[in-house]
Structure formats: C-alpha cells, structure tokens
Design a protein around this ligand. Structure first.
Ligand SMILES: [Zn+2]
Ligand SMILES: [Zn+2]
Length: 246
C-alpha cells in the first residue's frame, strides 16, 4: 500500500476510492465477480494488524505494483509501505443512520445546515464506512476531518446497530455529534465579499455566485428529511411541497 501522490490525491483524497495494480485487471471485472458488490467494494486490511481495516472502492488501475490509497486510509490501517490484503466484498448491510463527529473546532462555525452539507459531501464519494474511522471531506474550499460515529443498518427490514455500513444509493439519515460541545447555532462569520448559497449552503464569493448558481441548480443533492435525490434548482419547491418547510 502506498499513499497517493499529489496528482492522485486530486482525484481520490476525499473519497474511499483507490488505484489498483494493473495485474489485478483480470480478476476485478470477470463473470466470477458479478455476485459481488457493483461497483466493486473491497476490504483492505493490514497483513500484520488484520483488525485494522477499511472499505474501499475502485478508481482506476495503476502501473505501480501497489494499492494507491488516500491519506485517511493509511491513517486508519497503518503506514505507507505496509503490506495489505485486499478482497472483494459480496455485500454489506445498507446504512439507515450515520452519526458523524466533526473533529475540526471551526466546523460548526463555517458550515451552515451541517447535516445537509456533510451528507452531500459524502454522497458517491464514500461507498462504505466503519465506526471509529476518521475520514476527510471537502466542502467548497474547506477540508474537514470527520470521525464516523454510531451506525445503524437495515436488517430484515429493521434498523439495528452495526460496526460497518454500505452507503451507496441508500436513503441515509445523518446526525451530527458535537464532541467539543460548541454552540451549534454560532453565527457564521463570512467576509464582505462572500455570501452563502441558499441552495447548498456553501460560502461563495459574490462575484462567482452567478456561475455557482448555474452549476448548483443542476447538481443533485440528498434531502436530509427523506433521503431523496433532488436537483438544486428544485430543492426549495421540494422542501415546501413534501415537507412543508420554507
Ligand atoms: Zn450552491
Ligand atoms: Zn425530502
């Protein structure tokens, strides 16, 4: 296992995706792997410390003879250079509720509507998580370290606690845990040249707002109230029509 270089980090740093050695091409996408999760979900564990593991997805193949991982993965399972074992996962219970613990003190001051923004920063970027691991997410230009707290999955139609959970295409409820007991309703401090996008709640420079809104209106977001995926431009109407919220 090697930690991603800066070019590779541009692509995978805030995700659970990795680069796999070219030689694995013949085993990753074959008829035999059809019974497994698609897109492929893999378990990576440290050969010398097998209890240290993470769930990873596939980004691309690499010429290097190593699994190239984002920095948070090395943080969770060991060090760059460690020998790892990677195996395909057949299935993982679907996430019902995820509790997340932002570790940066400024998180609650900088992020408005944090459940919404955090759920959308995770969407499609992390396909599965394990309780206790610390991941990284990107919100606009800010980067935050987030600890994965308690997880609930659906088992035979009922929610139950679990150590790990599958996130992709699940209707996930997100709760936030405030480790430092910061006042959650602290007013956000933003400079005069910036404002908050009313759709995605990111801080955007006023001069860039028109371009941002065009893109934002076409972006799909997860509704924190029902889990549905809604286009940014339709979000206000969705909140009003479906949840009676202004
Ligand atoms: Zn926006
Ligand atoms: Zn909704």
């Amino acid at each position: 296992m090697l930690e991603a270089n800066p070019d590779e980090q541009d692509v995978i740093r805030y995700t659970n995706r990795v680069y796999l050695p070219n030689e694995w091409r013949s085993i990753l996408f074959t008829p035999d792997t059809r019974d497994f999760c698609t897109p492929p979900l893999l378990e990576i564990l440290n050969t010398n410390i097998p209890e240290k593991k993470a769930y990873i997805g596939f980004e691309n193949f690499t010429d290097k003879d190593a699994v190239i991982v984002p920095p948070w993965v090395t943080g969770v399972i060991g060090q760059s250079g460690d020998e790892v074992k990677v195996s395909l996962v057949k299935s993982l219970p679907e996430c019902f509720q995820i509790n997340l613990i932002p570790l940066d003190k400024e998180f609650f001051q900088l992020v408005q509507n944090p459940e919404f923004t955090i759920l959308n920063a995770l969407h499609q970027k992390y396909t599965a998580v394990i309780e206790g691991q610390i991941i990284e997410i990107q919100m606009g230009e800010k980067i935050f370290k987030i600890e994965v707290g308690e997880l609930q999955v659906i088992n035979s139609g009922k929610p139950e606690n679990a150590k790990s959970a599958y996130l992709l295409n699940c209707d996930v409820y997100c709760t936030l845990n405030n480790k430092d007991k910061i006042d959650l309703h602290t007013e956000m401090v933003i400079d005069e040249e910036s404002e908050i996008c009313p759709t995605c709640f990111l801080v955007v420079k006023k001069v860039d707002m028109d371009i941002h809104k065009e893109k934002c209106n076409e972006t799909m977001y997860s509704c924190t109230l029902c889990g549905n995926r809604i286009k940014g431009g339709n979000f206000k109407a969705h909140l009003l029509d479906e949840h009676n919220q202004q």
